[in-house]
Design a protein around this ligand. Structure first.
Ligand SMILES: NC(=O)c1ccc[n+]([C@@H]2O[C@H](COP(=O)([O-])OP(=O)(O)OC[C@H]3O[C@@H](n4cnc5c(N)ncnc54)[C@H](OP(=O)(O)O)[C@@H]3O)[C@@H](O)[C@H]2O)c1
Length: 196
């Protein structure tokens, strides 16, 4: 498959690249990649990327930011940023990605456990994660040409220099999380939100 991976230099994105690159052709991008790059916060940038890419078999979104801040301190700008970046950035990956996909292609985006298990400071993050999950389930019902739409909802991901099992280090390795993306890419599920 020819797969577009957005956020390919991140903690999760690098691990996704690792589990895909021996089996598929991966076009790896982020804001700072070259020559191809994309900013999920800018719809024109997403459209421009797809215009340059030609036909793809799959799109993976492993990027997108939202503001983590105590609820009383969240300002209008924090909501606007969170909605425009992690939510609409990935919604637009789906919207603009569908015409670029081959029949029976797939799009997999990234939400996060804070959708279901909020914590103090997560109001804006929980908002966009839960909204994206609702969008994925609904959009999958109407996706054309057998195109599948799914999300991975990672828990906290351990970074490489943290030893597994150390106190307070609950969470999965990025590799374990990345395998959930591969299962969705290579399987036949649609409208699913998968928690690794
Ligand atoms: N890590 C976790 O524990 C965890 C848990 C649950 C959910 N998540 C979600 O998973 C996603 C990835 O997390 P991560 O920890 O891997 O992040 P990360 O390590 O900060 O990496 C983010 C990646 O996305 C790219 N990126 C950032 N903003 C972008 C934008 N506006 N447009 C395009 N690319 C952008 C970055 O590269 P550039 O800087 O070059 O753009 C980088 O490749 C995020 O949405 C995060 O909320 C993470």
């Amino acid at each position: 498959m020819r797969i577009l991976l957005v956020g390919a230099t991140g903690t999760i994105g690098k691990a996704i690249l690792d589990v895909l690159q021996d089996r598929h052709e991966v076009v790896a991008v982020s804001r700072s990649s070259a020559p191809l790059h994309v900013d999920l916060g800018d719809p024109a940038s997403i459209r421009s990327l797809f215009n340059q890419l030609g036909t793809l078999d799959a799109v993976v979104g492993a990027a997108g930011a939202a503001r983590f801040k105590p609820f009383p301190l969240l300002k209008d700008e924090d909501y606007a940023f969170s909605l425009q970046n992690k939510l609409m950035g990935q919604v637009n990956l789906i919207r603009y990605g569908i015409p670029a996909l081959s029949d029976a292609g797939s799009i997999t985006v990234t939400t996060g456990l804070l959708a279901q298990q909020p914590m103090v400071g997560s109001a804006a993050v929980s908002l966009v994660n839960a909204a994206l999950e609702g969008f994925v389930r609904a959009a999958a019902l109407e996706a054309p040409r057998g195109i599948r739409i799914n999300a991975v909802s990672p828990p906290w991901v351990r970074v490489a220099d943290q030893s597994p099992g150390a106190p307070g280090m609950a969470g999965l390795s990025a590799h374990q999380v990345a395998l959930a993306y591969r299962v969705l890419l290579e399987g036949d599920q649609t409208g699913q939100v998968v928690t690794p």
